[in-house]
Structures are given as structure tokens and as C-alpha cells.
Design a protein around this ligand. Structure first.
Ligand code: ZN
Length: 229
């Protein structure tokens, strides 16, 4: 079965499972959305916002692009921010980068002529890398340079978001957070909390510092348990 077909089959199973666990779930979903978080993340397939935070449909308003870059000249990005802040009135905006980011890697390597759109998109990252060349050049390996630039970029996006009139002039300005996701352990590190005074700082905390609830058994686990396996 090809992937799209398998996705449709999985969707039938998912819809049935959701309805079985909460008969009002879809009725409530259809009535409208009131997410309290705008998530700005990387398009990378390994960093799905809802999955890595155990969020449900309706919890997150999401914008993803290559290397989770915020640009005030990008109407796609700005319309999402405007709607999230002015209409949905989200409490929090989270920029979540990730280590091992391909977009960040590309900004530290020679540009490929075959990818003009990507090149234009990551130009601000190249500029950021040049601005921090002293710190980055002192880092021994390319992978570590990529990871540090990914952190610096998250902090830069946080600063730029806080600087927009949409956020600044909002009646109740949302908190803007900077996070980074570790592909090796699945944990999120906090680079900047929602406090607008700490965007310059070092990593503040990680999800390692948070009490972790026991994971709920999956449907598959429950079936296996019922079968006594
Ligand atoms: Zn990425």
C-alpha cells in the first residue's frame, strides 16, 4: 500500500479511536477553535508540533517553514501571526527550532544553484552566521556549529517577533518563547522563556527539568493488555 493510501486507512482508525474515547470530541471540534498557543516551527518531518508535545487538534495554531524563520516581510508568516494575536488572542507564541536542522546546515555550506527559493529563504541565516562568525568559527565541528547557530537563530526570531507592532501593540501581548528540540533524545530545551527580558541568555531549562506524567497506554498497548500479552 502506498503512503497516501495508508494515511487514509490510518485516518479511519484515528477518527474511530477519538470518537470512542470522547463521543463529543468531533462535535466540539466543529464548533470552532480557541488555541492558546501559536507554534512557529521547522517544516522538518521529524519535529511535528502536536506529536512531540502530546497536543490535540484544537490546541495549537501552527506555522512551519524551513528553519523556523520569522520574517516581517513574509505575508504568509505575518498573516498567521496577525490572526493568532488579534483574532485568536493566543497567550503564547513559541518559536521551536531543532538541532541537526538542514536549513541551518545549508546556511553554513556553499549555496546550491538548484535551490534558488531555499537560498533566498535562508539568506537571513547566512547573515546571522556572519554576525556570529567569531563564536561559530571557534567551535570545532560543523555539527556543533550548526546546533549553536540553530540556538542563535531561535533567539533572533524571538527578538524579531517581540519587535513587531502586532505583538508590541496587542492589548494583551502574548509571551514569546524560544525553544529547541533535540532529535537525539526528543527533549525540548528552553532558550528563552516568555519573559521578554531574557531573550539574550543561555539555555534556561529543558524538559528534563519538568515532572513527566506517566504516559497513557496507547490503544495498541490496551489491546495487547486485554489480550493478556
Ligand atoms: Zn529544520
Amino acid at each position: 500500500m502506498n503512503r497516501p493510501k495508508r494515511m487514509l486507512v490510518e485516518n479511519v482508525g484515528w477518527a474511530a479511536e477519538m470518537a470512542a474515547s470522547d463521543p463529543d470530541f468531533f462535535e466540539t471540534l466543529a464548533q470552532g477553535q480557541s488555541p492558546t498557543v501559536l507554534w512557529i516551527g521547522c517544516s522538518d518531518s521529524r519535529v511535528p508540533a502536536e506529536t512531540i508535545t502530546h497536543s490535540k487538534p484544537g490546541d495549537l495554531f501552527v506555522h512551519r517553514n524551513i528553519a523556523n524563520l520569522f520574517s516581517p516581510t513574509d505575508d504568509n508568516m505575518m498573516s498567521v501571526l496577525e490572526y493568532a494575536v488579534s483574532v485568536l488572542k493566543v497567550d503564547d507564541v513559541i518559536v521551536c527550532g531543532h538541532y541537526g536542522c538542514g536549513g541551518v546546515r545549508a546556511s553554513l555550506l556553499p549555496m546550491s544553484d538548484a535551490l534558488p527559493h531555499v537560498n533566498r529563504r535562508i539568506a537571513p541565516l547566512c547573515a546571522l552566521a556572519r554576525a556570529h562568525s567569531g563564536e561559530l568559527d571557534a567551535i570545532g565541528t560543523l555539527d556543533s556549529r550548526i546546533d549553536r547557530l540553530a540556538e542563535l537563530s531561535v533567539l533572533e526570531q524571538v527578538r524579531a517577533l517581540r519587535d513587531t507592532s502586532i505583538v508590541r501593540d496587542a492589548k494583551r501581548a502574548p509571551r514569546v518563547h524560544g525553544w529547541i528540540f533535540g532529535l537525539r533524545d526528543g527533549r525540548i530545551k528552553v532558550l528563552s522563556s516568555g519573559d521578554s527580558t531574557d531573550a539574550e541568555g543561555e539555555p534556561l531549562a529543558s524538559s528534563n527539568d519538568v515532572a513527566v506524567p506517566a504516559p497513557a497506554p496507547s490503544a495498541a498497548q490496551r489491546v495487547m493488555e486485554a489480550l493478556g500479552r
